[in-house]
Design a protein around this ligand. Sequence first.
Ligand SMILES: C[S@@+](CC[C@H](N)C(=O)[O-])C[C@H]1O[C@@H](n2cnc3c(N)ncnc32)[C@H](O)[C@@H]1O
Length: 191
Amino acid sequence: MPHLVSLALLVIVLALCLSILFFQGITGVPPLSSNATEAADVVALLKHSGLSKNVGLKERAIVYELGSGWGSLVIALARAFPAAEIRGIEISPLPYWVARLRTRDLPNVKLKRGNFYDCDLADAHAVTCYLMIKPMPKLGDFLDRRLKPRTPVVSISFWFRDRDAAAVLENSGPLGAAALYYWPARKTGAS
Ligand SMILES: C[S@@+](CC[C@H](N)C(=O)[O-])C[C@H]1O[C@@H](n2cnc3c(N)ncnc32)[C@H](O)[C@@H]1O
C-alpha cells in the first residue's frame, strides 16, 4: 500500500512537471519569476503613473497581472498597493497552484487559472506582464480592444515595439528593464 501511494504521488508530480512543458509549448513563454528588483521597478512605474490616485474614492484600483506564474510579481504588487485588488491570470496549473499557496494570506489577491486572452479587462486600472518577444504584438492588439484609453501598462524585459514608452527603469540591467505605457501609446505615424 505505501508503494502505491508513493507511485501515485510520483505520477502526479511527473504529470505536473510535464504540464509545465506542455503549456510552455502552447504559449511560448516559460514560467520564469521576476526578481525583487524587477518587481520594485514595476511598483515604482505604477506609482509614477498615479495608480490609486486616479481611482475614485469609493473605487478600488484593479491591477491585472497577465501570466502571473509562481506569484512573485502579484505578491510584490499586493504588498505595495494594499488598497488595490491584484488579479493574476495564469494558464499553467503548477505555477498557478503554487501562487495560490503563496498568496493565501494576501486578501487583495485574486488568482484565476486560464488564458488571459479570454479575460475582459474592461475594469482594469493598470496591467502588468512579463512574457517573451513573440506574444507582444498579439498582446498589443488584444489590449487595444480591451483597455480604456490611458490605462497604464507595465512590461518587464519584452516591450511593445510599435508603442512609445512613457518611462523606463533599468535597475535590473537592460535585460530586466521595465517599461510603462499609457495605452495605446502608439508611436506617431503608426496605425
Ligand atoms: C515569465 S513568466 C512571469 C511570471 C510573473 N508575471 C512574474 O513576473 O513573476 C510568464 C507566465 O505567463 C504565463 N502565460 C503566458 N501566456 C499566457 C496566457 N495566454 N494566458 C495565461 N498565462 C500565460 C506563462 O505560463 C508563465 O507562467
